[in-house]
Design a protein around this ligand. Structure first.
Ligand SMILES: Nc1ncnc2c1ncn2[C@@H]1O[C@H](COP(=O)(O)OP(=O)(O)OP(=O)(O)O)[C@@H](O)[C@H]1O
Ligand SMILES: [Mg+2]
Length: 262
């Protein structure tokens, strides 16, 4: 049985997936996946290439279907991908409100672009924007829809290191202000720990591991506990780390809470 429920009425709806299956031919990419995301929760999704992260995100965004299971998502969703996907012939502000039918849409575009630091680039065409600026336009296009669920598929992967740090700060600032639930797909373990409340690892079509990240914000890679979490996550991803000894800590003292396998 397949159920996709898009909530229209409730002001805040969590994401809830039960026994979700998505397959392409004989290949079961998502294989009985269960996942809950609380309103306002920031979740990072790690997993090997080809493990189904984008497939999952596309289903949550409503861009792809599922074959069976239950999937419950809020109506107000927005997705940002690795590449900004802007229309080259439309100015920045027009890209932001593409498909949005609201009487005050220009004002909303201006507000969203201002929030991402691009008030001075409203009239710019995509070809004249830097990679980071174009990605901020894509983010503004998401924001203008006031999403309760913001889906981010490696949105910073193509950016240089400094721009990525700025984008991390921006995303946290926007998340704190607008409080959407966020699902961020990334290959960068540090990025996941820096940003998320919880990190989940996708393997064999299911959530294989989860870690709660209780580090105080604003986070940095040098803060106490960071490297322990990093080593544990890399271990879960099958990467050997020989520089850090990772100790199991009691729940009450630890920064890491390990969940049962999903
Ligand atoms: N439309 C499709 N038709 C057939 N196979 C597909 C389709 N979309 C995805 N797949 C396959 O599903 C698997 C998972 O793909 P997906 O893009 O979700 O992986 P991913 O975890 O996002 O990988 P990456 O980290 O490389 O982005 C891959 O084997 C891919 O080839
Ligand atoms: Mg992908």
């Amino acid at each position: 049985m397949t159920t996709i429920t898009v909530e229209k009425t409730q002001p805040q709806v969590p994401v809830q997936l039960r026994n979700v299956v998505r397959q392409f031919g004989q290949q079961r990419v998502i294989d009985g996946l269960d996942l809950d995301i609380a309103p306002g929760e920031f979740v990072a999704l790690l997993g090997a290439s080809g493990s189904g992260k984008t497939t999952l995100l596309r289903s949550l965004a409503g861009l792809d279907s599922i074959d069976s299971g239950q999937l419950r998502v809020p109506k107000a969703r927005a997705a940002v991908f690795q590449e900004p996907r802007l229309m080259p012939w439309k100015r920045a502000w027009k890209n932001v409100i593409l498909g949005l039918h609201a009487p005050d849409s220009k004002a909303r575009a201006v507000q969203a672009l201002t929030e991402v630091g691009l008030a001075h680039r409203l009239e710019a065409y995509p070809a004249t924007l830097s990679g980071g600026e174009a990605q901020r336009v894509a983010l503004a296009r998401g924001l203008v829809r006031e999403p309760q669920l913001l889906l981010l598929d490696e949105p910073f992967a193509a950016l240089d290191a400094l721009t990525r740090i700025r984008m991390h700060r921006l995303i946290i600032e926007l998340w704190r202000k607008h409080k959407p639930a966020v699902l961020l797909v990334t290959h960068d373990v540090d990025e996941a720990i820096l940003l998320a409340d919880r990190v989940i690892v996708l393997a064999n079509g299911k959530i294989a591991e989860q870690l709660s990240i209780d580090l105080p914000r604003a986070r940095d890679t040098g803060q106490a506990g960071f490297q322990d979490i990093r080593a544990r996550l890399l271990g879960l991803l099958g990467v050997e780390v020989d520089t850090v000894v990772v100790a199991e800590r009691p729940l009450s003292q630890g920064t890491v809470r390990r969940f049962a396998h999903g």
